[in-house]
Write a protein that binds this ligand. Structure first.
Ligand code: FMN
Length: 196
């Protein structure tokens, strides 16, 4: 069983990545393998809307997205973590999501289904004390999860974070993320047992 974590923040080891690391640690504590992908380190070109994937469900752009899409499609659980930028997810994450268009084609045009039950979690942080800033991101993530055949396990959206160490200095938040990672694994365990 594998949990994939996608870090969409360009700021390394800051609030988003710290929460993601805690959630992945919680998952590992439940005996699963984890992998973290830092989007800002990858070379992913934005979707060119060429429609070449519309019949084959294969993107013609050869970059780091090929390997990442495979990971997104095969993991048992997925954690997406992004700060709020201008009321939505970061550009790094939006580029990744748009490049999931081949998965959209597979599901909605070619009628393919993911064979196993998968679960996902969304982590987000923002500066202002205004929960509305998470609205767009939550909507976008729900669309992504639907395309990938992933059921939403939980959302952890934390406002009022600005300094890069805010989460690192807050044991309660780190504990919360850790526990959510554990719960994510618990939410997929029953279905995995049936399959194994
Ligand atoms: C370009 C940019 C846009 C941002 N837009 C928003 C915003 O719309 N609303 C908000 O509350 N915070 C906004 N923020 C603040 C970040 O969400 C916040 O500082 C967060 O902690 C950054 O995550 P990180 O610590 O993982 O880098 C923005 C920050 C940047 C750099």
């Amino acid at each position: 069983m594998k949990v994939l974590g996608v870090d969409a923040s360009p700021r390394r080891n800051a609030n988003t990545e710290t929460l993601l690391d805690c959630a992945l640690k919680g998952a590992r504590g439940k005996g699963v393998r984890t992998e973290k992908v830092v989007l800002n380190l990858l070379r992913i070109k934005p979707c060119q809307a060429c429609a070449r994937c519309s019949e084959t469900a294969v993107c013609y752009i050869k970059d780091d997205m090929q390997a990442l899409l495979k990971k997104l499609k095969t993991c048992d659980a997925l954690i997406i973590a992004s700060p709020v930028y201008f009321g939505t997810v970061t550009a790094q994450l939006k580029i990744m999501i748009d490049r999931c268009q081949p998965a959209w084609i597979e599901k909605y045009i070619l009628g393919k289904r993911f064979p196993k039950k998968r679960r996902g979690m969304f982590i987000s942080v923002s500066n202002y004390n205004n929960k509305n800033f998470f609205r767009n991101s939550k909507e976008i993530i729900s669309i992504l999860f639907a395309v990938l055949g992933i059921g939403l396990s939980s959302e952890l959206c934390i406002p009022c974070l600005e300094n890069r160490d805010d989460v690192r200095n807050n044991l309660l938040l780190r504990k919360k993320a850790f526990q959510r990672g554990q719960s994510l694994v618990k939410s997929i365990r029953p279905s995995m047992r049936i399959k194994e």
